[in-house]
Design a protein around this ligand. Structure first.
Ligand SMILES: [Zn+2]
Length: 383
């Protein structure tokens, strides 16, 4: 399955998705298309129910210019955000706004059939009455995007090569997009703040990362790009690098992931019941827990300083449970990034916490699914 190229019709639709509402004149100015071509596109979009005339436009030369608004409520997309220990399935409008959602505890190691059956049952529970136009599925592992499969996932035993898109496609006859969960988050973060060049870090049990540059996810040639958590950490001792969950040695995650911090604290005799409990101890000012998170920040800062120099993002945004430690984590990251990355690359760089909230993954997956569907819709409409 390949993405349908965005036709000129799609350019006008993309504009509406970006700006929410526009006048006929604005569409002409922004696309460079003639009045008659724009009229044709607007009529086709209105016939498809994707825009509606809202009136009240500005006057140009005595003639009122009609205004049109994107109809995000025309249909819905389903977003299934599958994590290692839980999943959230949301029904979202075409702008990615979650309308309703349900969450379930799962164990991703149970394998695809068991976990996807939970997704299907969650979809049933949502009792969706609207037209469903697409499905976005997020998984905590590397995704061969065009094929909709996970490939050699370090923490998803039994999922390697499983045809996730095919599994959904057999149940719902709509386009299905499978995306790495960190990539989906990066899309949600980038669209929320209108940034075209952004690095998103998901810091929870593990270290996930997604890169959006020039407004698009950086996947690389095999879908492996952007996985900072499993690059070699500067904290790794050459003689005795710590083992990572992925089977490799000395990864960033083995020093800065929530599981690694719990391991370190355990060795100091400080018990943590979960990553959430660790975060709670940091908030209470437990000295060793605070130190561990500060150190993790420096490890992460070292790991992304090189990326900042090479790619020059405008924003680095942190989400996930560990991000709830706020300044404790941020300070270490800032310290190392500003110290080690190229000055020109950090001059306007903003390092900040996500403000989207817990449904960031669901939003990102809905946007990725809507991107696919509306590009497809555009292709059909323009034909
Ligand atoms: Zn690793």
């Amino acid at each position: 399955m390949t993405a349908v190229p965005i036709a000129p019709f799609g350019d006008v639709l993309a504009l509406f998705r970006d700006r929410a509402e526009l006048s006929r004149t604005e569409v002409m100015e922004l696309t460079g298309l003639s009045r008659s071509t724009v009229n044709g596109r607007l009529t086709a979009l209105a016939d498809a129910g994707l825009i509606e005339e809202i009136g009240g436009g500005e006057s140009t030369g005595g003639r009122p210019s009609s205004r049109f608004a994107f109809r995000a409520d025309r249909a819905v997309v389903i977003a299934a955000d599958i994590g290692a220990t839980g999943l959230t399935v949301g029904v979202c409008d075409l702008a990615g706004e979650p309308l309703r959602h349900v969450s379930r505890a799962i164990d991703v190691w149970q394998g695809p059939e068991a976990v996807l059956a939970e997704v299907a049952s969650a979809v049933d529970e949502l009792a969706i009455a609207d037209e469903v136009w697409g499905v976005g599925v997020g998984v905590p592992g590397p995704v061969e995007f065009a094929a909709g499969r996970v490939v050699n996932p370090p923490i998803m035993t039994g999922w390697d090569g499983f045809d996730i898109a095919g599994w959904f496609g057999a149940r719902w006859a709509v386009p299905v997009v499978v995306e790495n969960d960190a990539n989906a988050r990066a899309v949600a973060e980038a669209r929320a703040i209108g940034s075209d060049n952004l690095i998103s870090l998901k810091l929870g049990t593990g270290v996930g990362s997604g890169l959006v540059f020039n407004g698009a996810i950086i996947r690389g040639s095999d879908g492996a790009a952007g996985d900072v958590g499993h690059t070699r950490s500067t904290a790794a001792d050459d003689e005795n690098p710590l083992p990572c969950r992925c089977g490799n040695l000395g990864c960033v995650e083995a020093y800065a992931g929530g599981w690694a911090l719990r391991r370190d604290l355990d060795e100091l005799g400080i018990a943590t019941a979960s990553v959430a409990d660790l975060v709670e101890q940091v908030r209470r000012g437990q000295a060793e827990a605070v130190q561990a998170v500060r150190r993790a920040g420096r490890v992460l800062g070292d790991a992304i300083a090189g990326l900042v120099s090479v790619l020059n993002p405008a924003t680095i945004v942190l989400s996930g449970l560990l991000a709830d430690t706020g300044e404790v984590l941020l300070s270490g990251i800032r310290e190392r990034v500003y110290q080690r990355a190229a000055p020109l690359a950090t001059r306007n760089l903003e390092i900040r916490l996500s403000t989207i909230g817990e449904l960031v993954g669901v939003r990102g997956l809905a946007l990725v699914a809507a991107d696919r569907v509306l590009a497809h819709e555009a292709g059909v409409g323009a034909a």
